[in-house]
Design a protein around this ligand. Sequence first.
Ligand code: OGA
Ligand code: NI
Length: 341
Amino acid sequence: MTSRSVQELSMSGQEVPQNYIYKDSDGGSFDASLLLMEIPIVDMALLTSPSSSKQELEKLRSDLTSWGCFQAINHGIETELLDELRDVTRQFFALPEEKKQKYSREDGSLEGYGNDMILFENQTLDWIDRLYLTVSPDDQRQLKYWPETPETFREILHQYTKKIEVMTEVILKAMARSINLDENSFLDMHGEKATLFARFNFYPPCPRPDAILGLKPHADGSALTVLLQDKQVEGLQFLKDNQWYRVPIIPEALVVNIGDQIEIMSNGIFKSPTHRAVTNRESERISVVLFSTPNSDREIEPLDGLVDETRPRLYKKLKDYPSFFFQYYQRGERPIEAAKV
Ligand code: OGA
Ligand code: NI
């Protein structure tokens, strides 16, 4: 651990250290003048049913080329499981600090419990504590970081992981079909099985929501991201055409967004959207995020069918994208810039 948890900081009532504060925050408030236009909703049941899927595929393509994200409904994951996952997440972060520290991230490792990683001097810190775990394939799990309290944590995470694996495959196939590619085009670049990481985010109440962010603006280093929002407290925002949009809470929905690696594979057709999490003065907020990514030894590049004279190749061939993600993230820069030809 680099320093005390943000939760302890939040509860101490002390003045916030300067390195959390944005000096040039959006003219004063991260909540100012947000448009009420909502991010698209995609009915997953329609994506899988052949009869009605043509129209829905076209909607998916248009949502993902314009927004890069959507709220997925009718995804087939039981509401009970989503609620249980939210419950065990809250229960884990409610444990006394010394219990959580048993799962602390070690230097040089991404996995485990901790707060924002400090890589540079003058870095503005995120108002967040989190737990980061590799969840799939099963043999890559490092169980020493998996909480044993609450007792059901591991089992619920296991069940949820299996469901998200299925869901991401359905989406990646539909995305490929929506741009007239073979349905396995994106999946084939993942290797035999995608790697999945889980990130449990905990945003304590924040005394300066006007000048402090829970997560700085970023695009995900994944191929595809599936996020379970808090049931009560909003906080996620996406950037579109230079304007920030709130993501309203739909308790039974999952928020899906494109990550940089699909932007690369699709040669820029699908955009990996910039997003951030704002903080809240009164309430704590949680989210559970699953990042699906190709195996670290797989090379990815724009798909053959998507490169031609009218659409020249935008990105280089590369592998293990998440390994250099944080060097850029902490500078507020986009790692995808490094992938451009
Ligand atoms: C992330 C992320 C947003 C949220 O973990 O990459 O964007 O609402 N989270 O927690
Ligand atoms: Ni993100």
